[in-house]
Write a protein that binds this ligand. Structure first.
Ligand SMILES: *Cc1c(COP(=O)(O)O)cnc(C)c1O
Length: 375
């Protein structure tokens, strides 16, 4: 599904030398590599404050801590996301409120948000799933009308953009806070765990930094209870190098998506990913929808046959979160979010990374066509 080794081979000398420098200077925690990367990322995103964190899950938790959410507060998101988005809400005693997704983008359907707002609602967490921005114009308007915060889960969408009022903005910099993950397979991937937060609000920036550091701004003195969430020096040094290549990596992904689109143009019984107007898709995943009869049997059989032919594929996500008892909260049941439920039966992501060649993609699509015809 990814080729991290092939990508590393092209920047091997640069990366190895940076790793050696970090070790020679014992700059493992904090230090200049973290500082440099943080500043360069802020510049890349065009945002005032970047706070490095240990991972994308911590980032989301820190955002909600900094916004001062209290036990019982409600936060709106979709059940068709990676668990982290919702998990941190539960850990903080908040009530996740689900809204169904839009069938074309896999992202939260803005038209269904207002019906989910109650007097307890504090924020909306749009997840820019698979690398394409949510409809931020509509989401910002709803948030403004109801005085809600917007926390963008941009874990899969670094460098994706969305046009608002004719101006292009990078995902993560549009709401009050943006959250990123540098998990190795993400579009900007570390060689281990890493994450970041960004905001233009100095007060929120200060709070997120404080909470990420045990609630302490002066060593051994504590202003609040916090957590320990750090990006380490080695990861920062590697990410700082890869950040320089990020726009090139995005170009490779979009190019690979173009090739898939072309090769799959005449294939029936599937839908290729839609690129919506006024935003650019950075293709963290290239996700097909495969015609099914209301269950995942055909899709699962196709995946199995592909695997037997040596073609990897993945299902993000095989069940919407509200199907699982931990995340149904005794409230949600099957049928509540029909689009998310149908997506879980239909979706199949093809290999997508920076090292794909047209030959590889032709081989993948050739086999996919054979399997589709016989399944
Ligand atoms: C990867 C991911 C996260 C969590 O990031 P980690 O760095 O793995 O903690 C959160 N939300 C979404 C949508 C993700 O894809």
């Amino acid at each position: 599904m990814v080729d991290l080794k092939g990508q590393y081979d092209k920047i091997k000398d640069e990366v190895n030398s940076a790793i050696q420098d970090v070790i020679d200077q014992s700059s493992f925690i904090k230090g200049k590599y973290v500082k440099n990367f943080t500043e360069n990322l802020a510049q890349y995103l065009g945002v005032k404050h970047v706070i490095p964190t240990g991972n994308g899950t911590d980032s989301l938790q820190l955002a909600m801590m900094a916004l001062g959410y209290k036990r019982g507060d409600e936060v709106i998101t979709t059940p068709f996301t990676f668990v982290a988005t919702v998990e941190v809400m539960v850990l903080l005693g908040l009530r996740p409120v689900f809204v169904d997704v839009d069938p074309h983008s896999f992202n939260i359907d803005p038209e269904k948000i207002e019906a989910a707002i109650t007097p307890k609602t504090r924020g909306i967490v749009p997840v820019h799933l698979f690398g394409q921005s949510c409809d931020m114009t509509a989401i910002l308007a709803i948030a403004k009308k109801h005085s809600l915060d917007v926390i963008e889960d941009a874990a899969q969408a670094i460098s994706a953009t969305c046009e608002i009022d004719g101006k292009t903005h990078k995902c993560g910099t549009i709401g009050d806070i943006g959250s990123f993950s540098f998990f190795p397979s993400k579009n900007l991937g570390a060689y281990g765990d890493g994450g970041a937060l960004c905001t233009n609000n100095p007060d929120l920036a200060k709070k997120m930094e404080l909470y990420a550091n045990h609630g302490s701004s002066k060593k051994y003195y504590y202003e609040s209870v916090g957590i320990n969430s750090r990006l380490d020096g080695l990861q920062a040094a590697i990410l700082d190098i890869k950040l320089k290549y990020l726009d090139g990596y995005v170009k490779s992904r979009v190019g690979a998506a173009d090739v898939y689109d072309k090769l799959l143009h005449d294939t029936t019984s599937i839908t290729t990913p839609k690129r919506l107007a006024n935003r650019n898709h950075v293709f963290h995943q290239y996700t097909l929808q495969i015609d099914s009869n209301g269950n995942g049997d055909r899709r699962n059989a196709i995946q199995k046959k592909l695997s037997e032919k040596g073609i990897p594929s993945a299902i993000y996500y095989p069940e919407p979160l509200h199907y699982q008892s931990v995340y149904s909260f005794g409230v949600y049941k099957k049928g509540d979010f029909p689009v998310a439920e149908s997506m879980s039966n239909n979706v199949l992501s093809l290999p997508m990374h920076t090292e794909l060649t047209v030959n590889m993609q032709e081989h993948i699509v050739e086999n996919l066509n054979i399997v589709l015809h016989t399944t």
